[in-house]
Write a protein that binds this ligand. Structure first.
Ligand code: ADP
Ligand code: MG
Length: 357
């Protein structure tokens, strides 16, 4: 089995997935950085000119999108919204408006587990530095957490006619859990418009697959082992898929340790604490979601991390999605029809037994 391991593992921020078992005619690139992540594109097919033009258009789109959607860039539309005063109308481009709309939809569909208004809390916990360095000297007080939690409320934003208005100065958004997925959906549309029939896009734990491999088989995607330091294995398992997207969220790439406790970058919007700290006990260390829609996969993988296995399963089923949930006790749960293979160090949990029914 041919693995393109080294380059993927070397990714500085996220490398939740990498591909293996490629056919001979793949076109690889070194990747470019967008939204703090590297985008890798692999085309499978013969029309090199279409691929070149497609790549150019994708680069243009991503550069422009990042300028508008990044919470880290001073002049982005997102930063303008975050700095705006209550009642001020912030006019948005079509794509950023779409991010606000989609996020509201996912907030509702996940019962609030996905929440795009956690900017203040992510910053408080030390995950919002624009240089990508995270962590904090001292843990925040419960009072600080609760104060910010009261503004982590998407209903304090009104959307109309391409503009967003907030009801309180302190409401601040961050699309870190959905923007990469959304960007991949647009990349997919661009590629299809160039007649591309077979391709893979990988952006920090979000993979978008167009069609099948050129030999007609499904793509094999390797999912990173969330506890590779303990198991010594880089891959948790492989998943076979075609013409769909997959998103991996986990507590193992952006986190810091304090007093033996792992504080990760996914915040529980119900407590204001990082998942699996304080009173947030989802027990999940990695959540993998498969959806036709990459934005949805991205948002739901983050939401499932917050929700715990049982509620996570319910969320996926209710929305017609498939996925895998990996818990701290090295068990994994499969929801729906997932073509999973090669699991080594984790034990498959049975739903009923595990919840003591
Ligand atoms: P990654 O961006 O590492 O691939 P995710 O897609 O799971 O991981 O998104 C995590 C990011 O989303 C965080 O870094 C933060 O910006 C934001 N975020 C944190 N917690 C939540 C949450 N509960 N709902 C929505 N966004 C969140
Ligand atoms: Mg996500």
């Amino acid at each position: 089995m041919l693995k393109t391991l080294s380059s993927k593992i070397a990714l500085p921020l996220c490398a939740a997935m990498f591909f293996f078992a490629f056919s001979a005619c793949q076109v690889e690139d070194e990747g470019q950085f967008f939204l703090n992540s590297r985008l890798e594109i692999k085309f499978f097919g013969a029309n090199r000119e279409a691929e070149r033009l497609c790549r150019q258009e994708i680069t243009r789109f991503l550069e422009e999108f990042e300028q508008k959607a990044s919470a880290h860039l001073e002049d982005s539309e997102v930063s303008k919204f975050n700095k705006a005063k209550a009642g001020e109308r912030v006019q948005l481009s079509e794509r950023v408006y779409k991010l606000f709309e989609l996020s509201m939809e996912y907030y509702q569909k996940t019962g609030g587990a996905f929440n795009h208004c956690l900017y203040g809390l992510s910053k408080l916990w030390g995950f919002m530095e624009s240089d990508g360095i995270y962590g904090i000297e001292e843990l925040p007080s419960q009072q600080q957490v609760e104060q910010l939690l009261s503004y982590a409320d998407p209903s304090l934003i009104e959307l109309s006619d391409g503009a967003a208005v907030k009801f309180h100065d302190a409401v601040k958004v961050d699309f870190g859990a959905v923007a990469k997925g959304y960007a991949l959906d647009v990349c997919g549309q661009i590629a299809r418009s160039y007649g591309i029939k077979s391709a893979l896009f990988n952006m920090a734990g979000n993979v978008y697959a167009i069609g099948y491999k050129d030999d007609g088989a499904k793509f094999s995607i390797g999912i990173t082992d969330p506890r590779m330091i303990e198991t010594g294995e880089e891959i948790f398992a492989g998943v076979r898929l075609a013409d769909t997207s997959i998103s991996v969220s986990g507590d193992y790439e952006r986190y810091f340790l304090k007093g033996g406790i792992r504080y990760c970058h996914i915040i529980d919007p119900f407590t204001g604490w990082p998942v699996n700290t304080g009173n947030s006990v989802s027990g999940i260390i990695s959540a993998i979601v498969i959806s036709q829609n990459a934005a949805q996969a991205d948002a739901f993988s983050t939401a499932v991390m917050v929700s715990g296995p049982e509620e996570g399963k319910r969320l996926l089923e209710q929305n017609g999605l498939c996925g895998i949930i990996i818990t701290a006790d090295k068990k994994y749960y499969v929801v729906g029809d997932v073509e999973l293979f090669g699991v080594k160090n984790y034990e498959r949990a049975e739903w009923e037994a595990s919840f003591g029914r």
